[in-house]
Design a protein around this ligand. Structure first.
Ligand code: GLA
Ligand code: GLA
Length: 666
């Protein structure tokens, strides 16, 4: 699904449009400014339920009719929200059982947003009725390009522990297990007298005296993701009935653990994602790249849409740092480089009241007489010149396996070390490849890996037998695979795979681990290779024994001195690497260079440090994105036409500090 399917001639440019926050006179100015900025798509009405249905069953669409017509008149297409992201005050007042409840029993009330229980049939009925009204009213409207269901599902209310949810959880468990015996087996309830005599005895994992049952927790996360998905499909199915040809999306937060995006993505027509830079991360442009690569993975390698990012500061970090000159353009093009068919923002006009009044927007408080506005206009022009890129795929030779379920289990209660966080190594490996100009596809554990030269498996704590077998078959057939510590430890029920860690990968990696040996906070160990190379590691070590693999690096000191820390195993026609400790950045970079050379993985182009290179490809052309994240001028070998400037590139493309280029034919 590309931007072309949204009726756009090229890439999407625009943002969340909340006209209900402004007097009518502003709306015409909005359209005029949108035209100046080259805006071609807006997301309309995400939080307008209270305006559209001021009382139960009484709908007011006049204002929305007017806005839709104004947008159509301005040639601007609409990603029309079902407006169900935040219920009006009357829903919770009339139907208190629709309000979410925390594990401690606190009822969350109206006055913020997203105050609904995902399992509530009352919420779903009202949301479905509003979707029905919108669909029957705006089907066939000239401006309607796409439906936007809900908003960032699970962003605030990921799970609900109320009685309605409890009943829904029991019914979900009955479908999954069929009987109390099967549930007892799966949850390991022989432990601490947790055995259930009947499924009716099961509750959501509410506040408990001490550590809760980890499989109970894990299933509750799975259930909660499925319940939110049912909220989405409830509305989606209504919309589909009315407008079978209008694509449907909801905006993911691919970085978040709230929902299992692999289960959700096939239910959407367009994968869209929201991404915000975290000011405290030193390399937040690499973090952005990870999120964009995840979004592309959710779109199964095809184009997706960046639904929200910010033109400058946000309002929800401890210190909300604005973007520097040029950063909005560069970060927008990062997403486009990695497969987004556009760059959309939250939001169009900066609010003057409410919790997001200090969140930047396309039209800032300062108005159009501002640097920020001029950059928004410049971005619009650049995106227009990049129109040929729409629909192109992204070249990648490396896959990285990501699993929301493994993350939930990995970060469950009572693990060997609080310092092992699920995505830590995923980001570290991805960053090492980013620094080498190598693009990574993010894939699910059951992906077909056969097209990749190298597959990275970071901290895949939980996986099924079938997934482990598919990775082993990939290596057997000549693939190269790298696994990091705390992978392959448990099955899908969070039961340990016995006989030595990492149970699912022991044979493949040619190692056997008898005991984990986490390090204390602040403790580090030295590493040494046979070639004399040294490095450092922290957080994790293991009592590892070689069983066919060769040691690449071993501990030079610390509790496991002399024990292998990084190993390489020639298995079948392929190679399986194991990294049993948290290697420092330099060691990780060096190791990944070695692994990539071994696997024959190459960079998109030879680029100096800090210069991002990614290639998109259509049937008849290629587009080399070159993004300079440094404060120095840089050049990268390329030939073709730079679509950003329109200039011919011969031999190399030269970038100013912070500059960008997209070389067609490069
Ligand atoms: C206490 C409890 C045991 C066990 C241990 C674990 O001693 O009595 O049941 O939980 O802690 O250290
Ligand atoms: C999310 C939401 C938006 C807005 C932004 C602020 O992405 O979807 O409504 O609150 O955060 O950054």
């Amino acid at each position: 699904m590309t931007s072309l399917a949204l009726g756009l001639r090229g890439l999407a440019h625009g943002g969340d449009y909340n006209p209900e926050q402004w007097p009518r006179e502003t709306w015409r100015d909005d359209i005029e400014l949108m035209r100046q900025a080259g805006v071609n798509l807006v997301t309309l009405g995400v939080f307008s339920w209270a305006w559209l249905e001021p009382e139960p069953g009484r709908y007011e669409f006049d204002w929305l009719d007017e806005v839709m017509d104004l947008l159509a008149g301005g040639g601007i297409r609409v990603d029309l929200a079902t407006a169900t992201a935040s219920p009006p005050a009357w829903l919770g007042q009339r139907f208190p059982e629709t309000l979410p409840v925390t594990a401690e029993g606190t009822v969350l009330g109206h006055g913020s947003r997203q105050a609904y229980c995902p399992s509530s049939p009352v919420f779903r009925a009202h949301a479905g009725a509003l979707a029905e009204q919108l669909a029957s009213r705006y089907r066939g409207h000239e401006a309607l390009a796409m439906w936007h269901v809900g908003n960032e599902y699970g962003c605030h209310v990921t799970c609900c522990w109320c009685d309605v949810s409890a009943a829904a959880f029991r019914s979900w468990l009955a479908d999954r297990y069929g009987s109390a015996e099967a549930l007892n087996e799966a949850w390991g309830t022989a432990f601490w007298s947790q055995r259930y005599g009947d499924l009716d005895q099961v509750l959501p994992p509410r506040a408990t005296p001490t550590f809760p049952n980890p499989t109970h927790q894990l299933d509750f996360r799975r259930f909660s993701s499925d319940e939110l998905l049912a909220c989405f499909t409830n509305e989606r199915d209504v919309l589909r009935r009315h407008t079978p040809d209008v694509p449907i999306t909801t905006n993911f937060m691919a970085h978040s653990a709230s929902i299992d995006c692999w289960r959700w993505a096939p239910e959407l027509d367009v994968v869209s994602n929201d991404h915000y830079l975290l000011a405290h991360l030193p390399d937040n442009h690499i973090d952005l790249a990870f999120d964009a690569d995840t979004s592309r993975g959710l779109a199964r390698g095809g184009p997706w849409l960046l639904m929200e990012h910010s033109t400058s500061a946000v309002n929800w970090q401890p210190r909300n740092v604005p973007k520097l000159p040029g950063e909005t353009l560069r970060t927008s093009l990062q997403h486009v480089a990695r497969g987004s068919d556009g760059a959309m923002f939250f939001q169009w006009r900066q609010s003057r009241a409410g919790a997001e009044k200090y969140h930047s927007a396309m039209v800032p408080h300062a108005g159009p007489g501002s640097r920020l506005w001029r950059e928004v206009v410049q971005l619009g022009e650049t995106l227009r010149r990049l129109a040929p890129v729409a629909g192109a795929t992204v070249d990648a030779q490396v896959a990285l396996v990501l699993s929301w379920q493994a993350g939930w289990a990995c970060e469950g209660p009572t693990q060997p070390s609080d310092d092992v966080t699920y995505r830590d190594r995923a980001h570290a490996l991805h960053a090492a490849l980013f620094r080498q100009g190598i693009t990574v596809d993010v894939v699910p554990p059951d992906a077909d890996l056969s097209g990749y030269r190298l597959v990275l498996v970071p901290t895949l704590y939980l996986l099924t037998d079938a997934e482990a077998a598919s990775m082993a078959a990939y290596v057997d057939a000549g693939g190269h695979l790298l696994v990091t510590y705390f992978s392959g430890i448990v099955d899908e029920h969070d039961h340990v795979r016995l006989g030595g860690y990492p149970g699912a990968f022991r044979d493949l990696l040619g190692v056997r681990v008898e005991e984990f040996h986490p390090l204390l906070a602040g403790q580090s160990v030295r590493l040494r290779g046979d070639d004399g190379r040294t490095g450092e590691a922290d957080v994790w070590t293991e009592d590892l024994h070689l069983a066919g693999a060769d040691a690449v690096l071993s501990y030079a000191d610390g509790p496991r001195a002399g024990t292998p820390a990084v190993t390489r195993h020639a298995a079948g026609d392929g190679v399986a690497w194991y990294v049993a400790t948290r290697t420092d950045r330099e060691t990780t970079d060096h190791l990944l260079r070695q692994v990539c050379d071994d696997a024959g993985v190459s960079a998109a182009a030879a680029a100096p440090p800090g210069v991002e290179v990614v290639r998109r490809r259509t049937a008849d052309d290629t587009y080399l994105f070159v993004l300079n994240h440094t404060h120095e001028a840089a050049s990268v070998p390329a030939d073709g036409i730079d679509l950003v400037t329109g200039r011919e590139v011969t031999g190399s493309v030269d970038l100013v500090p912070g500059g960008v280029a997209v070389v067609q034919g490069g």
